[in-house]
Write a protein of this length. Structure first.
Length: 175
């Protein structure tokens, strides 16, 4: 954190969780002489408690080739501009995006720029799910803080936002 900059609770939380994760994996990093592999980091107490994995999947519209990549997370950042609830924000977060025009995908199978569909899904959920609610909206007419209420359910079922592989291991819900 730097003097004179606006910081918030989310940034503080992430800074703390990352520092705890670094401390929890320090011995493994020293033994390996390098950064701790992601799979090992996920087994630490902090990784097990707050850590999850996202899957980004791109499917070529021409040949159907599917490419997946994975990324670890300690929190999910959800846009509230077009979402009146947490469930709606999660639906937008995992919505399929069409890659076309200037944003076309270079398919490794077709070896060409092609239209494609991209989707982000929860591949592994943490025991404690942390959500960052992005409350600032920006448009061509300016921006401002979103001050309207955001609905949330007492129990949050994450199964509609998860990959099929994760769902086979059991239901996913939070209270």
């Amino acid at each position: 954190f730097k003097r004179g900059r606006q910081e918030d609770a989310h940034e503080y939380f992430i800074c703390q969780v990352e520092a705890l994760q670094t401390a929890a994996t320090r011995h493994a990093a020293e033994a390996a002489g390098e950064a701790v592999p992601e799979a090992l980091a996920a087994t630490s107490e902090i990784g097990q408690l707050f850590g999850g994995r996202l899957r980004s999947q791109v499917r070529c519209a021409e040949c159907g080739h599917c490419s997946s990549s994975y990324e670890s997370y300690f929190d999910l950042s959800l846009e509230l501009r077009k979402a009146p609830s947490i469930s709606a924000a999660l639906k937008l977060f995992t919505a399929t995006e069409k890659l076309h025009g200037a944003n076309r995908y270079r398919c490794p199978a077709c070896t060409a720029l092609v239209d494609a569909k991209k989707q982000l899904q929860l591949h592994r959920t943490p025991l404690v799910l942390t959500l960052q609610l992005k409350r600032f909206g920006f448009s061509r007419f300016g921006g401002g803080k979103i001050s309207r209420p955001v609905a949330f359910e007492e129990s949050l079922d994450l199964s509609p936002y998860c990959t099929g592989e994760w769902l086979r291991s059991g239901a996913v819900s939070y209270r």
